[in-house]
Design a protein around this ligand. Structure first.
Ligand SMILES: C[S@@+](CC[C@H](N)C(=O)[O-])C[C@H]1O[C@@H](n2cnc3c(N)ncnc32)[C@H](O)[C@@H]1O
Length: 224
């Protein structure tokens, strides 16, 4: 109750574009799950992650390399890191990395066994361009593991925020994508939703114990 009242008297947060936000956030963004939402997300992602030993894996919008590092630890043959933030990539320790947008991947058709894309597609207003690119660069039978800020959490007022080292808190540009949006975009991109998870954070937050992220495992059907 008191928290709700206090929130009402707090000035509204400024919302930064994704590029501006990650330029400022990069300096304090470690390649580990560094808050309860990310911890719930990572547990669900690792539950659905197919075996990566010997695989060529893209960490798309990989930021400072959290999932690329996990894929390398699990024996991936090659991990490629792509992100559209130079500041995030500058803090990414993996050697094979490049600046690129998820909507135009600088990779050949059918060149990857798997793709991880964590907590990034919500920064894009439309899913289809990125899902079409994901499908194009996957081999037949390849998989994509995607997480996104849960639309229920966003639509009930939850925001993606960060605080700079000098104490300024900002919200980051976000577009809520519903399950049906993923379903439709995946179908149009010739990807099949193979599994879904909607973890809640533990311990529960005050927001009615809503799920915090959606996690999808998509598969590109083997060509006949
Ligand atoms: C919440 S961070 C997640 C970073 C990393 N995947 C992780 O989970 O630790 C979102 C990342 O998406 C990147 N990003 C946002 N829009 C993008 C786009 N259109 N193309 C590529 N990367 C993008 C940002 O620069 C940022 O590094």
């Amino acid at each position: 109750m008191i928290k709700r009242l206090l929130r009402r008297f707090q000035p509204a947060l400024s919302t930064l574009s994704s590029l501006d936000a990650y330029a400022r956030w990069a300096v304090s963004y470690p390649p580990q799950a560094h808050n309860p939402l990310m911890q719930a997300e990572q547990a669900a992602m690792l539950d659905l992650l197919p075996p990566v030993a010997g695989a060529v894996v893209l960490d798309l919008a990989g930021g400072t390399g959290r999932y690329g590092l996990l894929a390398r630890e699990r024996g991936a043959r090659l991990v490629i890191e792509l992100d559209n933030s130079a500041a995030m990539l500058a803090r990414n320790p993996l050697p094979c990395r490049a600046l690129a947008t998820a909507e135009a991947l600088p990779l050949p058709d059918a060149s990857l066994d798997g793709i991880v894309c964590a907590l990034a597609l919500g920064h894009l207003p439309r899913l289809m361009p990125a899902l079409a690119e994901i499908s194009r660069v996957l081999k037949s039978g390849g998989w994509a593991l995607i997480s996104d800020f849960h639309p229920l959490l966003y639509l009930s007022g939850g925001r993606r925020t960060f605080t700079t080292p000098d104490g300024q808190t900002y919200a980051v540009e976000h577009y809520p994508h519903l399950y049906s949006d993923y379903h439709q975009a995946a179908r149009q991109a010739n990807l099949v939703i193979d599994d879904v998870a909607e973890p809640r954070r533990t311990p529960p937050s005050q927001r009615h114990h809503l799920p915090v992220v959606m996690v999808f495992r998509l598969v590109k059907p083997a060509s006949r």
